[in-house]
Design a protein around this ligand. Structure first.
Ligand code: PMP
Length: 426
């Protein structure tokens, strides 16, 4: 153990020396990973961790079908995107077949940030506006334009002049209609932009509200807000970087709300770890954008990306992962709700498919219990289960395992959580 600690300390030191202030790591005692497969990750001591946090290797870590497809393609042809090659078209057609008919064009990028950056530009040209509305704790990426619409990363929490934030669509309080409350906030934000001389361009949301703390229910609540956006002439941009590719028990997160976005952005799980992103929209929105400025991305949609993307779709379909996400997700939330009877510190349990938010609240005051969330995250890590937190107060566990997560994996999670919450009591 001393040897390992010395090895980890030396890596941390090298990282700090070279990355400088930009070095960011998980946990006060970071883990050195050496390999992974399925839902498991292994550290340099051979310790095995159940991964319930990573939504990038969404079809399972190092899935052999995806790994083989990437390796074969990278050894055959890997060029920039201005030549003709077959597999990107097969991929584009298969991907677009999962969308409503009118969303029939795709632009490939390499990250979620690039996709959202592009979506903001398309929405601005389509509307002639520049004002955007996002949720209060949203994260949409790291370019300078996308940072402006990512309040969770403002250090000083100063909202730029062309941006308005609305509170997350919190779970219903005594008979309140979540959809109407949310739509009213969006309507007020549009009015506020316009009264300050900023023309409204669009409403950008992660349709599972991941960094806000995961809000999924009741299904359909987004519709009223989307109607308000369209009535005001704005674009509805659905950021599917987190919920997309089957995570919520449907291919796309917006499906459970019965809405049709004008623009959809995607990333993370798209290549199961191979850097891929994309933006899907209607031809009538893409054309004016391309007339005005055009878009070129050296790596976005190259032959290796296409191979990775195709293999991911094969696995989602071939292994029935969307149905698994739905069934195991329901089993998981039912189990957590049962645990909340034994441990009142567990508050709301919410989510869709294999995306669950588990809130901790003080047993007496019911105030957010961020310290408990942190205690649980560290306690579970010590027992070999990896998990993260989200939400305005950081008191919500963000539970997001690979989509091949099984009932046995869920049972292990329950046992470990029970153990940690028992320790917290003592
Ligand atoms: N949108 C959402 C909802 C995200 O969670 C993230 C990444 N956490 C991004 C966009 C940005 O994606 P990337 O890091 O690939 O640029």
């Amino acid at each position: 153990a001393n040897g390992l600690r010395a090895e980890v300390a030396s890596l941390v030191k090298r990282r700090q020396a070279t990355f400088g202030a930009s070095s960011v790591l998980f946990y006060s005692e970071p883990i050195k990973m050496v390999r992974a497969d399925g839902v498991w990750m292994y550290d340099s001591e051979g310790r095995r961790f159940l991964d319930v946090y990573n939504n990038v290797p969404s079809v399972g870590h190092c899935h052999p079908h995806v790994a083989r497809a990437i390796a074969e393609q990278v050894g055959t042809l890997n060029i920039h995107t201005r030549y003709l090659y077959d597999n990107i078209h097969t991929y584009a057609e298969r991907l677009l077949a999962t969308f409503p008919e009118r969303l029939s064009n795709v632009v490939f990028t390499c990250t979620g940030s690039e996709s959202n950056d592009l979506a903001l530009r398309v929405a601005k040209i389509a509307t002639g506006g520049e004002g955007f509305i996002v949720t209060e704790t949203a994260y949409h990426g790291n370019t300078s334009a996308v940072m402006d619409v990512s309040p969770s990363s403002y250090k000083s929490r100063v909202v730029p002049r062309h941006v308005r934030t609305v509170p997350a669509p919190l779970s219903p309080v005594s008979g309140e209609d979540v959809g109407q409350v949310f739509a009213a906030s969006v309507k007020a934000a549009i009015a506020d932009l316009e009264s300050n001389g900023v023309k409204f361009a669009g409403f950008l949301v992660d349709s599972i509200f991941s960094s806000d703390g995961i809000y999924a229910d009741p299904a359909g609540f987004l519709k009223a807000a989307v109607d308000v956006v369209h009535a005001a002439g704005g674009m509805f941009i659905s950021d599917e970087v987190q919920p997309g590719f089957g995570r919520t028990g449907a291919m796309w997160g917006f499906e459970r709300h019965g809405v049709e976005p004008d623009i959809v952005t995607m990333g993370k799980p798209m290549g199961n770890g191979f850097p891929m992103g994309g933006m899907v929209t209607r031809p009538d929105l893409l054309e004016p954008f391309c007339e005005g400025t055009g878009y070129f991305n050296t790596f976005g949609g190259n032959p290796v990306a296409a191979a990775a993307g195709l293999a991911v779709l094969d696995v989602i379909e071939g292994e029935g992962l969307i149905r698994n996400a739905d069934e195991v997700g329901t089993y998981f939330r039912t189990g957590l709700r049962e645990l909340s009877n034994r441990f009142p510190v567990i508050g709301d349990v919410r989510g869709a498919g294999l995306f669950t938010g588990l809130e901790f609240n003080d047993e007496e005051t019911r105030e957010p219990d961020t310290a408990m969330a942190t205690f649980v995250i560290n306690g579970m890590k010590e027992r070999g289960v990896l998990i993260g937190a989200a939400g305005f107060y950081g008191n919500t566990l963000k539970i997001r395992p690979p989509l091949c997560f099984s009932r046995e994996n869920a049972d292990l999670f329950f046992d470990v959580l029970t153990d940690v919450l028992g320790e917290a009591r003592n």
